[in-house]
Design a protein. Structure first.
Lengths: 100, 451
């Protein structure tokens, strides 16, 4: 089984303002971009993040070999139930996903 | 051909910058020095309290370097979002620091401040008049929620910063401002195409984060009517089409579209060209003005008061059964809180986060870990500090001695601190993700020329 971090250069996440989190996959090359693009569905990413697929925005940027996902934060940044002030941990979680 | 050179020392005042690279930037004769002073990224407490995340001494040391560099360059120096959150109190704070620096160096400078603070009554009135609209994923708001905010700020754009520059100011201390507006203002004032102006500002707003050696800070952005050029100034820092274009991903929901006061930027058609192994030129970005002029609002309000405690569990059997242990403590502590303090459990929140297991991801965690030790972080939230503190104190006997079974000798667990509880004070939450319509861009801002 191949996991995303085995073939991507880097997977990172950060807040995009207090209400959104964004996750960038730097695939590192065209072959990896193409493989990740076809084998990583938005639905699986949404399920991993326990989000509704229609709330997850997906961007593919071939010129950078980047795939990007943005989704509303489950808890507003810094609220009592928020665990991760900067949205740092979504990337490491996605990096471990198995590719189909 | 009109060109404008903006020098950006770093992504934020307080992060440090490379002094040699800054001197190179000054030697290149910039038209303006722009630096950002904050963002929401450190959380709602700074805006809620109207304070800076960075130490005053650190802010003063870095600001002093820029005030002196400005005097040498003879161009305006602009800071946006002064003091992390850009509240009126932080504009006053940085103004006071500026006066100290000018006095200590025997310098004279014309200082202009721009305040972005919004009285709650004004925002409530705008809400009633239908002049407030939610952005995607905005929380529900009401007049009561707006009035509960301890600070509300509006994000200034190019129009307000241009008004400050237009006074002939040497130093401009602006409250909450979009990160880009302090950079885009001068090129747009000089009549350059706003597409490249906003795009160059977005790429440049984090300093050398758009280049290799991102911590070196200092870059220049040279604007003309068709595009802009990014030049990192520290030794070993290089901008490439990849590093520059990739910066549109950073902290952005959408890597192609950026909303700003008065319109939005579209970089879908942007072209990135390496001029040499250090500099990148970008063309083709487009600005779309909006029909209405709106500014984004940010507000923070107190949602409770907290007391925290941290216990460390090293006993292998307890580590293995840590979830059951925590669940049992929550149940027993709840019963005792209702009994001894007479509190309705619906009015307080008691949480035990298991550090080492799922304290970062919560229910999203999908890995079982084989642990040597775990931390149990207790977080109590209540309507006032005294209640939070009392409830947390009732937790201590459990965190210290709670046995997994009644049949065993009383265990003891480790604590890093005495007292075991730490009062954290007010816990704040961001309450607004909305825009407010203005008939005149200066309506919500106060520009003051200090002599």
């Amino acid at each position: 089984m191949t996991q995303l971090s085995d073939i991507a250069d880097k997977v990172r996440s950060k807040n995009a303002g207090p209400f959104w989190v964004t996750v960038d996959i730097f695939c590192g090359g065209e072959a990896a971009f193409s493989q990740i693009s076809t084998s990583l569905s938005t639905e699986r990413v949404a399920a991993l993040f326990n989000a509704k697929a229609e709330t997850v925005k997906r961007f593919e940027i071939p010129s950078l070999n980047v795939i990007k996902f943005s989704l509303p934060r489950p808890h507003i940044q810094g609220s009592v139930s928020d665990l991760d002030m900067h949205g740092a941990a979504w990337g490491p979680l996605l990096a471990e996903i198995d590719l189909n | 051909m009109t060109t404008v050179k903006i020098l950006i020392p770093s992504g934020a005042l307080g992060l440090g910058y490379d002094a040699t690279a800054l001197a190179r930037g000054i030697a290149a004769k910039p038209d303006l020095i722009a630096i950002d002073g904050g963002s929401t990224d450190s959380g709602p407490s700074y805006l809620g309290r109207g304070v800076s995340k960075y130490a005053r001494a650190s802010t003063k040391a870095e600001w002093e370097g820029l005030v002196l560099a400005r005097a040498e360059a003879g161009c305006p120096l602009v800071i946006g979002t002064a003091g992390t959150c850009g509240s009126d109190s932080m504009v006053n704070w940085l103004f006071e620091i500026t006066q100290e620096i000018l006095t200590e160096h025997g310098l004279a400078a014309k200082v202009v401040t721009l305040k972005s603070g919004q009285p709650a009554d004004r925002v409530v009135k705008a809400l009633e008049n239908g002049e407030i609209a939610p952005l995607p994923a905005a929380p529900e708001i009401s007049a009561d929620i707006i009035k509960a905010c301890s600070n509300i700020v509006a994000l200034a754009g190019v129009e307000q910063i241009s008004a400050c520059i237009g006074t002939g100011a040497d130093i401009i201390i602006a409250g909450r401002t979009t990160d880009t507006a302090i950079i885009a203002a001068l090129p747009i004032m000089r009549g350059l195409n706003p597409g490249p102006a906003w795009h160059g500002a977005k790429i440049g707003e984090c300093g050398a984060l758009c280049a290799t050696n991102p911590q070196s800070g200092v870059i220049t952005v040279d604007f003309d009517n068709e595009g802009f050029v990014i030049t990192p100034l520290a030794d070993g820092a290089h901008a490439t089409p990849h590093t520059v274009s990739a910066h549109m991903l950073y902290e952005n929901t959408d890597p192609f579209i950026l909303y700003e006061p008065g319109g939005h930027l579209d970089v879908t058609a942007a072209q990135y060209h390496a001029l040499d192994n250090r500099r990148v030129r970008v063309t083709g970005s487009v600005w779309h003005p909006s029909e209405d002029y709106t500014v984004k609002l940010e507000g923070a309000r107190v949602t409770g008061y907290q007391t925290v405690s941290l216990a460390l569990v090293r006993d292998a059997r307890y580590v293995k059964n840590i979830e059951a242990w925590c669940a049992d403590i929550i149940a027993k502590h709840g019963a005792k809180t209702a009994d001894r303090l007479g509190l309705d459990l619906a009015d307080i929140n008691v949480e035990l986060r298991i550090i080492g297991q799922n304290a970062t991801l919560g229910t999203l965690e999908n890995k079982a870990s084989a642990l040597t030790e775990v931390g149990v972080l207790a977080i109590v939230t209540a309507d006032d500090q005294q209640t939070a503190s009392n409830v947390a104190k009732l937790l201590n006997p459990y965190l210290l001695h709670h046995p997994l079974t009644t049949a065993e000798e009383q265990p003891t667990f480790a604590f890093p601190f005495s007292p075991a509880e730490i009062d954290r004070g007010a816990s704040y939450a961001f309450a607004l993700n909305h825009v407010m319509k203005l008939s005149d861009p200066m309506d919500a801002f106060i520009l003051t020329e200090h002599t």
